[in-house]
Design a protein around this ligand. Structure first.
Ligand SMILES: Cc1cc2nc3c(=O)[nH]c(=O)nc-3n(C[C@H](O)[C@H](O)[C@H](O)COP(=O)(O)O)c2cc1C
Length: 188
């Protein structure tokens, strides 16, 4: 018999992504987001949900653009910090030592030190409740050459993304390879 845990945001894992935006003065900011996922294949899109109280929310509404920066597990302290401090009163790029790079495609900065970047233009805004979901069309993905595997796509073992456990508030690295998708289930 399963035990009921109540209505909670409890499903494992979520990503730990840094949302890059510019404020009204052009100051670059990052905030950590776990309520986020790829949400459409064509046009390639990603969804991220922000509370209106975040500084980043107003930045996205004003600029209609953001970047998704995938930190690696060596950047877990910086990622946590970006989810505690606010760009309202801190320069998170200066504090972390991260370098903001102006995207040439969208009106948002990305983090030079993160291995994988998505440059996004807002295509939909959905009021859900406490969080507003921004769907961003992915105009380009940029990856450090060192994290590319055979075939030119990012290798998850080289990117080393962080995963997050909601409610238990825990960060983990990724686990071992289990098999090829659209293949291992064929023999059932
Ligand atoms: C692991 C983690 C995940 C988070 N996920 C979200 C999220 O998905 N949406 C959100 O609105 N805030 C989220 N937060 C909180 C924001 O990152 C936090 O409020 C931050 O200070 C906002 O920064 P800003 O005011 O500079 O925009 C998360 C924080 C942490 C530590």
């Amino acid at each position: 018999m399963k035990k009921s845990l109540g209505a909670k945001t409890l499903a494992f894992p979520t990503p730990v992504w840094l949302v890059g935006t510019y404020d009204k003065d052009g100051k670059a900011n990052i905030m950590t987001a776990a309520w986020a996922a790829i949400c459409c294949s064509s046009p390639p899109s990603v969804a991220v949900s922000l509370r209106k109280a975040t500084y980043s929310y107003g930045n996205i509404v004003a600029r209609q653009a953001f970047t998704i920066n995938v930190p690696n597990e060596n950047q877990v302290r910086e990622a946590d910090y970006a989810g505690i401090a606010s760009g309202k009163n801190e320069d998170k790029f200066a504090r972390t030592g991260f370098t903001p790079v102006k995207s040439e495609l969208v009106d948002a900065p990305y983090v030079a030190e993160c291995p994988l970047i998505l440059e996004c233009r807002v295509s939909h805004t959905l009021e859900i409740g406490l969080h507003t979901q921004f769907v961003g069309e992915i105009l380009d993905v940029k990856a450090d050459p060192q994290v590319l595997g055979e075939g030119g796509l990012p290798d998850i073992d080289k990117v080393k993304p962080i995963i997050f456990g909601p409610e238990i508030r825990a960060y983990h690295g990724i686990g071992r390879y289990l098999g090829q998708a659209f293949a291992v289930g064929k023999d059932i």
